[in-house]
Design a protein. Sequence first.
Lengths: 445, 251
Amino acid sequence: MGKETNYINLFRNYREVLRQYSSPLMDAKRDAAMGIFEKRGFPKPGDEAYRQFPLDNLLEIDYGMNLYRMSTPAHPAKVFRCEVPSLSTQLFFVVNDVYYPDNKPHHLPEGVLYGSIDKILRDYPELMAPYYGRLSEQSDDAFAALNTAMSQDGFLLYVPAGVEIEQPLQLIQLFHGEIDQMANRRNMVILEEGAAAKLMICDHSMTQNSCLSNQLTEIFVGEKARLEYYELEMTHSQNARICNTFIDQQASSTVFVNGITLNNGVTRNNLTLRMLGEKAESKSSGFSLLDQKQVSDYHIAVEHLVSECNSQQLYKYILDDESRGVFAGKVLVHPDAQKTNAYQSNANLCNSDKARMNAQPQLEIYADDVKCSHGSATGQIDENALFYMRSRGLSEQEARMMLKFAFVADVIEGIQLIPLKNRIHNLVGKRFRKQMSACAGCDIC
Amino acid sequence: MLLEIKNLHASIGEKEILKGLNLSVKEGEIHAIMGPNGSGKSTLSAVLSGNPAFTVTKGSVRFKGMDLLGMAPEDRSREGLFLSFQYPVEIPGVSMVNFMRTAINEHRKYRKQEAMNASEFLKLMREKKALVELDNTLASRSVNEGFSGGEKKRNEIFQMAMLDPLLSILDETDSGLDIDALRVVAEGVNKIQTPQKSCIVITHYQRLLDYIVPDKVHVLFDGRIVKNGDFQLAKELEKHGYDWVKQELSD
């Protein structure tokens, strides 16, 4: 055992503290999860799933954890201005891994539960017991196990049967503080039968210290429920994000997942989406804009377990400088999943000799009456297009920017939340003009 | 003199294509450059517009008295040079409107003018679209994507009208056009033409020259201009082909 030992010892030494500072539902899952973590340890160099992901440097850092649940000194809304404003008045904050309780009225429909996952698990143990940990415990990912063992708080949204929330909800996850730290953020979204919600999560960092966010999100989408789920990362080079998202979809439900890595350090996003009920539909999409030494690694697995479901994946990467992108997308069609439609598309633009892209599109089909396709392409900016544009008076820089924009335009166009779509459009422009990566602080202050 | 090409040599890779080309174009003149396949016509247009695929090994080109070869492609455009591409490039995801607005504003910025506002721009676009009978829907589509051959060429002339150049080079703008489209394109060019503006028409055939009547006709052969004349020369070439020129040269 190498770097794992620190975490195993920490867990043992602070087992009582964890019990004391978290809800019983959370606590009940810890020991088994730590068992998995001890058995597996962090991914090794030969481990296929993390082969391209630079873990070593991340695990060298001695991160602090807020096990005693110290609250943040300042109201996050006072020190932080989000780049995606006016999307909603339904704004929530998680600072490091602490849900920040505000006393603003949120005017959400009756029966909707939202806010600190720790508090809701304490207040509604019977309602929440069937959900908490059900998806994560099926995973053998070391980071997922570590999250279940260590996490103490995060955000939860519960929408009861038949309730539709029109207004989008926005959760801001911030890093703040003067030390290198790790946050085991735990989120959960539950939409019961016929419920509908739109949730957007933005990741930011307000500290130049090294931060590791080890996030785990469990999402339950009931029959005929509709979920739009957006994640936008706008952190900086000292930030690492490892995120496991599990989505279970029941019959005739629709899920739209979108993940955008606009600025970051090192990012790993694992998405496991299971279609468990017939006629469910899912669309997952996203893009990563990378430069310098940024890394973005998406592992997407879509599983068709029953018949007549549709799934689509569309992921794009633009790589400059010495950045690295990884896309591993898998569609798994089980023997009973007849009449499945599954499409996967991945395209990547490598703009420098030192940038590197690894793409691994995979289809595994065990049913015979299905329509499935996948495609992946990695290339460079079309020199003919570039010259054509310059010959009309566009500077090389402007032309390159427009071509990059065009490259991700279909992903942006696919965003269903119009104010967000417009905002992303602006942010991408800002990103390409290097008005964002120059100084992460400027973006915030 | 608007354009003065002296002893121009250019190659692609190791292969020399232009081998000492001379040409002078005055303000207001229309020149036709004709020649058989592989004589270097398209290389000439590529070199003048600054295509980085070609290397100039010798010679000079002055445009409005400036050293054209030292200028970036975008600056050539901003100074008033325009190339109508033989094969216009498709650019998925970039709308015509956005492309043209950016181009116009980059030109204006270069001239230290303020950016054009949206309503002015749309008015200008409407006006110039009408000139080449360009379909309204084309403007909202991606640049050249899914355009027919004729639409692409019309789109080139539309862009030319928008950018209002001093010197236009039409590189085989007639190729792939049916007779109606040819007329529309040629009329478009004629409407744009003023006594200050010049045009170099590169073509295989005389038929475009029936609409855009040149002041001077040059025959390009093996990387050099080997014959100069007026409209009469174009007619002779149409009648007798290029063989007699080659014959004359070998004599």
